[in-house]
Design a protein around this ligand. Sequence first.
Ligand code: ANZ
Ligand code: ZN
Length: 852
Amino acid sequence: ESQYNAAAIEQKWQQDWVKQGLDKTPENSDKPKFYALSMFPYPSGNLHMGHVRNYVITDVIARLKRLQGYRVLHPMGWDAFGLPAENAAIDRNIPPADWTYKNIAQMKQQLQTLGLSIDWDREVATCSPDYYKWTQWLFLQFYQAGLAYQKEAAVNWDPIDQTVLANEQVDSEGYSWRSGAKVERKLLRQWFFKITDYAEQLLTDLDKLSGWPDRVKLMQENWIGKSVGAYLEFPVKDSDEKIAVFTTRPDTVYGVTYVVLAPEHPLTPKVTTEEQKTAVEAFIEAVSNESEIERTAEDKPKRGILTGGTAINPFNGEEIPILIADYVLYEYGTGAVMGVPAHDTRDFKFATEKQLPIKVVIVPENSEDSNPTLTEAYTEPGIMVNSGEFDGMPSTEGKTAIVNHAEKQGYGKARIQYRLRDWLISRQRYWGCPIPVVHCPSCGTVPVPNADLPVKLPENVEFTGRGASPLAKMEDWINVPCPSCGEPAKRETDTMDTFIDSSWYYLRYTDAMNDQEAFKLEKANDWMNVDQYVGGIEHAILHLLYSRFFTKVLRDRGLVNVDEPFNRLLTQGMVQGITYKNRKADKYIPVDKVNPESPKDPDTGDDLDVFYEKMSKSKYNGVDPQEVLGKYGADTARMFILFKAPPEKDLEWDDADVEGQFRFLNRVWRLVNGYAEKQGEVISNQELSKEEKDLRRAIHTAIKEISEDLEGDYQFNTAVSELMKLSNALNDAKCINSTVYQEGIETLLILLAPFAPHIAEELWHNLGHETSIHLQTWPEVNPDALVVDEITLVIQIMGKTRGTIQVPANSSKEELEKLARESDIGKRNLGGKEVKKVIVVPGKLVNFVVPK
Ligand code: ANZ
Ligand code: ZN
């Protein structure tokens, strides 16, 4: 009997499947469609366990759906633009394209060893001109729709390297990763996408996404951040200027004791008095380098200063001071707020520090005192007091009443405000998609005509990491005739945020080879939406929000007919490795240097902390997929990953459990091959024996349980447990010449096929089948097979029949006695009586002997 040699059979079948074209996407088929999508990887060069888990999950779903009769689209590609390639160019002088394509080749080869049923004909790489041509075309669609525009915006500026930095290149203290310089904020002209136009739709359509985790929907909701409130205008004393504020609490307007402007607010210099001028300017200078996070941090004392100017509360004519403070953000609302220290926690702290008055205008219902002294802000609803004609009104009603009043008087109006800002899409980088516009001295911004797309990245660029973007130095590339007037003009040198590349790749997959269009409408409409999207929670906000935005814009341009890109979303948990840390020395110890029986630091002898944490190089707790695959094969790795934890939960890597799955596959190997060898004539009995009936029940229970586990929530872990149960039942059964046994063996293999595709295929062929197991049909549950036969049981007391009950035919003696005792007949006749003896005749009767 042959040994299970994973390496040999996996290679064999992978080649065979390619030859047969099993993974190709069926184009002309009247089967229902299923689009299974993994978030595509950044080609860093090495496949890690997080990738493996992600793609194995999607693959099981894709394989399952094929067996269930769907035509499946299961593609893969590369999110291939981005900073690391440029850094490699700077550090090692390798052109970004070379580095990227080398990594893609390496990772693709690694992916293929996992036995993923991917249609590689549809592979895309976002850095390839035949992809980014269409990214540029889509940019121009946005531009024509008025959804792409330029404005000044603050960027991170490294004053030593004279370059713009991405947020990730600035450390938490605000220093440059490269030069170590303190990063400054500098205003530069930047490109934006007007995602704010879609804020309301992006919010309300979350309701359509019943197949998304609530957690992700909540994160998106918070990011969009809808606030219902009002704009109110406070006139500046002795001036025509008015300060508009955004407030969610118009009901507190009588409690305003000051107004605060963002330091950058254009009114700041206008309201500042001569005496305060120097102090105000110094304050603005100090704030200008603070990041938004620093400015709004909860725990930090709020910094602010009087401008000397005075505003008037239009509701009661009160004169109130105007301040500037760092916590007021210029980009949100109107960049100005009304300070209500009695009812806002932040204002309370600020007013207390600055000794500004606190005026109560809301009190709890039934409160006697309308001027209580507060030790903290009262932020709950209540009854309005000290609010003129509004006194006595519940504050919840007061919100509308105040806004209505302001609207009538002409100094305010209802307003919905979103926290979402427009998407800053320009990057001063080389390795990204060039923005296809030309700047002409006479025509202004001119789109590159479609016929001239793609605007290709120039080659032979010098990378120093210093100065402006490498593109800005490519004179030959920059200088072009204006597409409109033909006069000398200059190319845009900014490239696009790589999140744009990944906002439409799922559409390109539907028609990946098209060199005439980004994708054909009919093909996109045919395959969209993605039925199941699988990826990391780290993309819960940006990538998913941007993709949703793209889909809606393209829908409005008539390029696709769906509202949402991703029907169902599975965010898989992290893969964690066992981690050893010397807490005293604050250092991690590589796993292979530690004796797991008594974990000690090999250098110092200190006891080590042992815990599970996300695998990472810096913690020396990673497990290399190549190593596991080399030792056990892809099928074992897949089984372990699926078995060890539900897909959305974190998974703790455990070698013993990997072993366990390897042993299970070996058992299946022996079971099926043993059967294939011994298998004689298969006898079909008219009347099934009890053993056959039991086995048949086990088979159909497995079908039922596994089908249910894989429906909706994809509980692969319990499905694998069911596979193990069925395999045990087959191992124990003796009726190997029965058709039932044959059904059991074949069912086991088909149920196993999505999980461990290679071994299932090999064993399937060993049974004598010619066509691939992956072309079979997922078995159906036969409800009859699940039914447990019943018999009529006679209940006797002292040999006298008192009645009968129905019981399962296969009940044991103990079960029969219990069923009889607990039946109504048993209870009625035995109630309280001591039972001396019980006589059980299996399949017939139970007789209770009681004292006379
Ligand atoms: C007066 C007031 C009284 C407020 C009160 C709250 C409670 P969200 O929910 O985030 O929209 N605000 C408005 N613009 C701001 C800006 N640019 N920077 C900092 N804070 C700003 O919060 C809206 C509230 O945040 C607004 O309502 C305003 O303070 C403040 F008892 O106005 B409120
Ligand atoms: Zn021109």
